[in-house]
Design a protein around this ligand. Structure first.
Ligand SMILES: [Fe+2]
Length: 176
């Protein structure tokens, strides 16, 4: 809506009760603000070599949630990993799949990953996918030996180290 038109729209009387108004006003003191992150205020940094890159959109440290875009700058593989919490994905560009499954995710395709199984992500060059990663990822070798565990603090550390090493500004607005 145009801002001028919006300001000329007469304000309608609220139908909220006194109690509901009071409850909503608590947000002004204790609530967490809605957050807008523009397309250009984050950056891609290396994740798996220079093949798979990450663009962080949100580090939610209270809920161990990491929101990001995974970009396959080159064809890439994210090694065998096991989630301990749910992961949700929405494919934006290109194609990706798990070696263990028979589907291929393409633009517009939605994927729900559930805790427990071990799978291996394979991305075609140019793939971009929005991920909501809850909890931890455990990486295993071919003999099922645990190699590494990552969570939202691991991804935050990757982002901070990338910025610090290059003298880039750290966008603390991504931590909310
Ligand atoms: Fe996964």
């Amino acid at each position: 809506m145009d801002r001028v038109v919006e300001s000329e729209t007469p304000k309608l009387e609220s139908l909220l009760s006194t109690e509901e108004r009071r409850i909503i006003s608590r947000h002004d003191v204790y609530g967490i603000r809605d957050q807008y992150v523009s397309a250009d205020e984050s950056l891609y940094h290396p994740f798996v070599g220079d093949d798979l890159l990450l663009k962080p959109l949100r580090f939610d440290l209270r809920n161990s949630l990491y929101v990001c875009i995974l970009w396959a700058k080159h064809p890439g593989v994210l090694g065998r990993h096991r989630h301990r919490s749910p992961v949700t994905a929405y494919t934006l560009e290109g194609a990706w799949r798990y070696a263990e499954y028979d589907w291929i995710a393409r633009p517009g395709d939605f994927v729900q990953e559930n805790p427990g199984v071990i799978h291996t992500l394979i991305a075609e060059q140019g793939m971009k996918t929005l991920f909501f990663v809850n909890g931890s990822l455990e990486f295993y070798d071919e003999r099922d030996a645990l190699q590494n565990t990552m969570d939202v603090f691991s991804f935050l550390d990757m982002y901070l180290c990338h910025c610090e090493a290059r003298g880039l500004a750290i966008n603390e607005r991504l931590i909310f």
